[in-house]
Write a protein that binds this ligand. Structure first.
Ligand code: ADP
Ligand code: ZN
Ligand code: ZN
Length: 819
């Protein structure tokens, strides 16, 4: 009977597509395998088999699966369930999840390359079309389908290509070509002839006059343990040549003499050698108690919040929990919000867990990520995976514990592209699919999480003692509004801050300066007429980067030359307004020319090693002053920082978002926590124009509870999370007027269902990105209402909209639980 496969394509399609499976591969195809299928007129895609069945779909003719890429599934059944949850909760397609989940080495979504088979048997009959293609490929053995269509002048080549594939005249080579390539090593071994002991003796005699060759042979015997009782070790050609100072020619002679043979061996990129070097630190009494409370909480609840002040040693508690989980034969997923943090934590974990630990993030090469993925599929997967948000998509066989460190961090939310998932919330769901537990850890919980913990939905464990009684830092506010009025500010620095930086430098102590904006000046402005340069694709002002002397759009990445004069009034005085980290660095270097200054922000950390370098230099006190964006605020552990300067609290407080106060509190409390670890109380200097702001008071008093209570009250009053779930509905179109009509129509329809819980349409803060105009509608859904029902209604409205002739060009997407 004919078999059919329902597949997930890496495209925003609302449902699975069905393909028929050719007889010859019908028995090899499995759920979770990747296959190549034709889609559209001329493209092949890598699809994932979602289901296999015998019933032909009604209403359309199925196309055939072109080829299978995997003999074994690359996705486990639980992962399918997880994908389903993500796509249904976050209102996106499984294809969107597929694109986000797999490392690019495992997916091909671009056009297929066909490759000519040089061993093709010419006696096979070819059709006229086929002959044309083969002639073209004889001259150019590898080309894309589009190119072939262009060069041959033929249309709709797919059936022809398929039949050439059947006749073994071509290969579909895309995967091997553009994706994952295994790493190979060239190795050397004795031929069967040379292996014979009597022959070997003869060879020794023969080589007496070829000293270099003899040396090579001797070295090989030593490296391979040839004459010991141990099993033969494989020897790489490079190593052998290096260790004997021989020329490759000498080795080639040995090959010619039928003594050596050279072969290729696939080797992994992952470092598997490291053995643990340190014992696990014993916990102090407070940590021990918190540890026990977590275990007790896990008996009743699936999720537990560890609310522990900065430097209380949460990481040590995690390490004990990890150890325990591994001993039970289960795996751990340890999530971090930021790559910047992985360096320090990796080192701490590597020392105790050695090669049981795997690390997964986007600064790793794609090939490495593919190898980690494959290792996780096997039975020897890592016991612990440490990674950023995308690691929730890795395969696990027996996940037992998920740790979400710094759970309050907004970088856990994927902002763009879809799926706009929140890794903390998704991780809790993932854990529950495995029957695993989730531990959320932070010094400054998100309002949502703390609410869940106080309501008893999550367990709650508080840890208020810092490790070894290190004091919390003293936080002193400085009124920069007043100072600016008296003209006493030195750029963005108060005299008070500069004085303490100077003192710290004198004492050989270190300083962290926090400015939550990168670049040089967030804005350039014409002093005469107020003109501000804006991106031509997006509705935002441009940021000035002094290093490259250019204006950059932080939304689309477009760069512009800085104009010499104002295009509006021809005035020549273009001034900086506001300042970013780059400007801070520039100014501080002028004020303290002898200080060693480093900067950590998105611009200085484009590579994996950049982070490691900046952090290692600071740890080893090769840097005196570290300037950074929120990257420096998170869980980094330094022991010689006596002063932390928060340059401007107001940009955080004034950010137009319902979470801005919570966020400002978290950032300030976290960055303060970097000050004065180990044997000295640190000092935090908090510069602000809003000295009487309640959040400033709460930060100074280290009063999380008060911040939580006041924020919670506001959230309830204004219908925000955790009382209401927000769904942002975004509408996009090239035509502004048409979009306006679309948005108003859709909002009306939504209002007829959800009533006054629908707000808008409004212009989002950035109302045009990459030439598309954008409108936003907000839907507030009561927390206890059924999300499933709401989702169905939303999708129904979307469907009705797009079915309307006028609105065919409408693009709709959603952001559920937006940040
Ligand atoms: P947190 O994550 O809560 O901010 P950390 O886990 O980074 O705190 O701990 C702060 C510092 O104290 C680290 O340098 C850590 O090595 C040290 N520390 C904490 N607990 C212990 C312990 N039980 N034994 C040894 N060192 C500890
Ligand atoms: Zn732009
Ligand atoms: Zn002007």
């Amino acid at each position: 009977m004919k078999k059919f496969a329902d597949v997930i394509l890496p495209l925003p399609l609302p449902k699975c597509f069905t393909y028929s499976i050719p007889e010859d591969i019908a028995n090899n195809i499995k759920i979770g395998c990747r296959i190549i299928v034709p889609f559209g007129r001329k493209k092949f895609y890598t699809a994932i088999v979602y289901n296999i069945h015998f019933s032909a779909p009604e209403g359309y003719e199925t196309k055939e699966v072109a080829t299978i890429l995997d003999s074994e599934p690359i996705l486990l059944p639980i992962q399918f369930k997880f994908w389903e949850w993500i796509s249904s909760y976050y209102l996106c397609t499984q294809g969107d999840v597929y694109k986000a989940a797999l490392p690019s080495g495992l997916k091909l979504e671009s056009e297929t390359i066909v490759e000519y088979n040089p061993d093709f048997d010419y006696s096979v009959q070819l059709s006229e079309k086929e002959q044309i293609l083969i002639n073209l490929m004889e001259n150019k053995p590898e080309q894309s389908v589009t190119l072939l269509e262009k060069e041959s002048g033929l249309k709709n080549l797919l059936p022809t290509i398929k039949s050439l594939l059947d006749k073994e005249a071509i290969f579909i080579k895309e995967e091997l070509k553009r994706n994952y390539q295994p790493k190979v090593e060239i190795r050397v071994r004795l031929t069967d002839y040379a292996k014979e002991e009597t022959n070997l003796q003869k060879i020794f005699d023969e080589l007496k006059r070829a000293q270099k060759q003899l040396a090579l042979l001797m070295k090989y015997l030593e490296l391979s343990h040839f004459h010991s009782s141990k099993s033969i070790k494989e020897v790489s050609k490079k190593e052998l040549i290096k260790k004997t100072d021989a020329l490759p020619a000498a080795l080639n002679s040995l090959v010619d003499k039928n003594i050596f043979e050279v072969y290729k061996q696939e080797i992994g990129r992952l470092d598997t050698s490291e053995k643990p070097t340190l014992e696990i630190n014993p916990l102090n009494e407070y940590q021990q108690q918190a540890y026990q409370e977590i275990l007790t909480s896990f008996k009743k609840k699936n999720v537990c919040l560890l609310h522990g002040v900065t430097s209380s040693g949460k990481t040590e508690i995690y390490i004990h929990l990890i150890e325990r989980t591994i001993k039970e034969g289960k795996q751990v997923l340890y999530l971090l919000p930021e790559i910047a943090l992985t360096t320090q934590i990796t080192e701490r974990l590597k020392r105790v867990f050695g090669n049981k630990l795997g690390i997964y993030h986007s600064k790793f090469s794609d090939a490495e990520r593919v190898e980690i993925w494959r290792k996780q599929l096997g039975n020897d997967g890592y016991n612990i995976i440490l990674g950023v948000r995308s690691s929730i998509f890795l395969p696990f066989h027996k996940l037992g514990l998920v740790i979400v460190d710094e759970e309050h961090e907004n970088t856990y939310k994927q902002y763009d592209p879809t799926p706009r998932y929140h890794a903390r919330n998704a991780a809790i769901v993932l854990a529950s699919l495995y029957g695993a537990k989730t531990l959320l850890g932070t010094a400054t919980p998100s309002v949502e999480t703390y609410y869940n913990a106080t309501k008893g939905k999550y367990g709650l464990v508080e840890l208020n003692e810092r490790y070894k009684d290190i004091q919390l830092p003293e936080i002193l506010p400085v009124d920069i509004k007043e100072l600016a009025r008296k003209k006493r500010m030195n750029g963005q620095f108060s005299p008070f801050l500069l004085e303490h930086v100077r003192k710290a430098l004198e004492n050989k102590e270190q300083v962290i300066l926090f400015q939550n904006r990168r670049g040089f000046a967030p804005m350039i402005e014409c002093k005469t007429c107020g003109w501000v340069p804006r991106c031509k694709n997006c509705d935002v002002s441009l940021t000035y980067h002094k290093g490259i002397n250019q204006l950059t759009c932080h939304y689309c990445g477009y760069t512009y030359q800085l104009p010499r004069s104002c295009p509006a009034c021809e005035g020549v005085e273009l001034v900086n307004r506001g300042f970013g980290t780059e400007k801070v660095e520039d100014d501080i270097k002028t004020i303290f020319p002898e200080a060693r200054v480093a900067r950590m922000d998105l611009d200085t950390t484009r590579t994996r090693t950049a982070y490691e370098k900046i952090i290692a230099n600071f740890e080893q006190r090769k840097t005196d002053i570290l300037i950074g964006t929120q990257m420096v605020s998170k869980g980094l552990d330094f022991d010689n920082v006596s002063v932390v300067g928060i340059l401007n609290a107001d940009t955080m407080l004034n950010y137009p978002d319902f979470r801005s106060y919570e966020r400002a509190y978290q950032l300030m409390a976290q960055v303060s926590g970097r000050a004065g670890r180990k044997n000295k109380q640190g000092l935090v200097i908090l510069q602000t124009k809003s000295i009487d702001h309640p959040i400033i008071h709460q930060v100074i008093a280290n009063n999380y509870q008060q911040m939580f209570a006041s924020q919670l009250a506001e959230r309830q009053m204004f219908r925000y999370p955790p009382y209401y779930r927000l769904v942002y509905v975004y509408l996009k179109n090239r035509n502004a007027d048409l979009l306006d009509t679309m948005a108003r129509t859709m909002a009306e329809r939504l209002r007829s269902i959800f009533g006054n819980r629908v707000l808008g349409p409004d212009n989002p803060p950035v109302a045009r990105i990459q030439m598309l105009f954008i409108k936003k509608i907000i839907v507030k859904i009561e927390y206890n209402a059924s999300m499933e029902k709401a989702r169905a209604l939303l999708l129904q409205v979307q469907k009705e909209m797009i079915e309307d002739e006028r609105f065919k060009s409408l693009i709709v997407y959603y952001d559920v639980d937006p940040f």
